[in-house]
Design a protein around this ligand. Structure first.
Ligand SMILES: Nc1ncnc2c1ncn2[C@@H]1O[C@H](COP(=O)(O)OP(=O)(O)OP(=O)(O)O)[C@@H](O)[C@H]1O
Ligand SMILES: [Mg+2]
Length: 455
């Protein structure tokens, strides 16, 4: 009997030797990514005593059918004891390997007090950026000689396509360690992208020579993603008309008299996203500021919103209808009411999802000689990052898959649903007006709409 249980193929070896803080083995299907993750984790557990390691996959059934099954089948069982209930392997040297899942963003808090020397993600594009960045914080060690690393594998596509591409693929030389800076936090980190090709896994091709022929029969976009590992095609993208070169603009000083408003998508376990909008005289809407916070009390949110809003007045602030709902009641009052008491008058958002997405579609619409009605300041990082990453809901293609990072998009939907008529009206250049008449009209508009007040 041979004692060799795993022999890494050249690309898998690169993955094992990768030294960046964050490593991605990504691209074509069947390249040997999941297998490499499994054996990297096992190797790490065996190399260090009392190591604590986690492999994440979004859904448990997928984890059970792939990595756990391979683990129990291929890793010799004298090395560990497997606890089926906990989904943990206890190695004889004291190391622990956890098989974890995190189906919804709010599940990240199940790992709030965990600490891992190394974390792996299989099928990283199934995760939202929020889940990844939160779980990353659980990777830290006090053990000498261990550098915490996060290593992942994935195919292109799915809800995380855009953020994974931005983080690991764009502007990165394959296989090289590249230093990157997080624009929102100013922190630097290193990434390493190892492109996977189906041809990297001759073991699979030997065992199943028809595999490539089957992939070739897929529709073009899926074929390019799964066979060639092409990140530039993105099957299932919801806002296909989104184009950073067209929809994102450099910040400028907004004239004081432009109508301004805000929108709030509320979450406690999930992020709360506030967006600030200004409407130009020709009806173009500029999203000029964003605020994203997770797990902050409403009092803190109000404090920060007021700080950001200093010196500005708003026609209205539209908010997630769930703020008015019974289960949001705290001390006998809804969060909406509390926000209003604290000086943020609110209007309940229209939560018709399909209509809302259609309004966003029409705001994004553009052609060679038609500028879109929506512009986003380049400083609104989260909206720019997450809007193009949303995918169609598989059961209801008219809707967005809510497993994606949709919090900024929901906020945008609430905001733009307050002005849907604009998208239908042909643009007519307004006649020249005096500053006073514009000011009066916007005040008039505020009164007409019956808003309680403004900051
Ligand atoms: N070094 C290896 N030695 C033996 N078999 C391997 C090796 N690497 C991969 N395989 C086998 O090849 C098959 C495909 O590998 P794996 O599932 O890791 O690919 P993948 O890139 O994760 O695929 P997908 O994109 O579909 O998730 C599996 O059956 C696995 O057992
Ligand atoms: Mg896999």
């Amino acid at each position: 009997m041979s004692d060799v249980y795993y022999e890494a193929q050249p690309k898998q070896l690169q993955f094992h030797k990768a030294t960046a803080d964050e490593v991605l083995y990504g691209g074509a299907a069947g390249g040997g990514k999941s297998f490499a993750i499994l054996w990297d984790a096992v190797g790490f557990c065996l190399a260090y005593e009392k190591a604590h390691v986690a492999i994440f996959r979004r859904k448990f059934p997928e984890l059970e059918k792939s990595i756990i099954l391979e683990f129990l089948d291929k890793v010799p069982n004298y090395l560990y004891e497997y606890n089926k209930k906990e989904h943990r392997a206890y190695f004889t040297n004291g190391s622990i390997l956890e098989f974890n899942h995190c189906e919804h963003d709010s599940h990240v808090f199940d790992y709030q007090s965990a600490q891992y020397d190394r974390i792996y993600f299989d099928e990283l594009t199934h995760f939202s950026n929020f889940a990844y960045t939160y779980l990353m914080t659980r990777c830290r060690t006090v053990k000498k000689g261990i550098t915490p690393q996060i290593k992942s594998g994935t195919n292109p596509g799915n809800v995380g396509h855009e953020w994974v591409k931005k983080r690991f693929v764009d502007g990165v030389i394959p296989n090289k360690v590249t230093e990157k800076k997080d624009k929102a936090t100013d922190l630097t980190y290193t990434v390493q992208y190892i492109p996977a090709k189906i041809y990297d896994n001759p073991k699979l091709l030997d065992a199943d020579p028809g595999y490539i022929a089957r992939l070739k029969k897929l529709p073009t976009e899926q074929r390019k993603a799964l066979l060639e590992g092409d990140w530039n095609v993105f099957e299932g993208q919801f806002f296909r008309e989104w184009d950073e070169k067209v929809h994102v603009c450099q910040p400028f000083k907004i004239p004081k008299w432009w109508v301004k408003f805000r929108s709030i998508d509320w979450g406690f376990a999930k992020p709360t996203v506030v967006l600030w909008y200004a409407v130009s005289p020709e009806g173009r809407v500029y999203v000029y500021r964003e605020l994203e916070r997770t797990r902050i009390p409403d009092t803190q949110l109000v404090k920060e919103m007021k700080e950001y809003s200093k010196g500005e007045t708003y026609a209205y602030t539209v908010a997630d209808p769930s703020l008015w709902s019974i289960n949001q009641y705290e001390r006998g009052e809804s969060i909406a009411l509390r926000l209003m008491y604290m000086g943020i008058p609110l209007m309940k958002a229209d939560n018709n999802r399909i209509a809302g997405w259609n309004v966003i579609h029409s705001y994004l619409e553009h052609s060679e000689n038609k500028k879109p009605r929506l512009q986003v300041f380049s400083t609104c990082y989260r909206l720019i990052e997450t809007l193009p990453g949303l995918v169609h809901d598989q059961k209801n293609p008219e809707d967005v898959d809510t497993n994606g990072d949709d919090h900024a998009a929901d906020s945008l939907r609430y905001g733009l649903m307050t002005r849907p008529h604009l998208s239908k009206r042909p643009f007519v250049k307004p006649p020249a007006q005096s500053f006073e008449s514009i000011m009066n009209r916007s005040l008039e508009e505020r009164k007409l709409r019956g808003y309680v007040g403004y900051l």
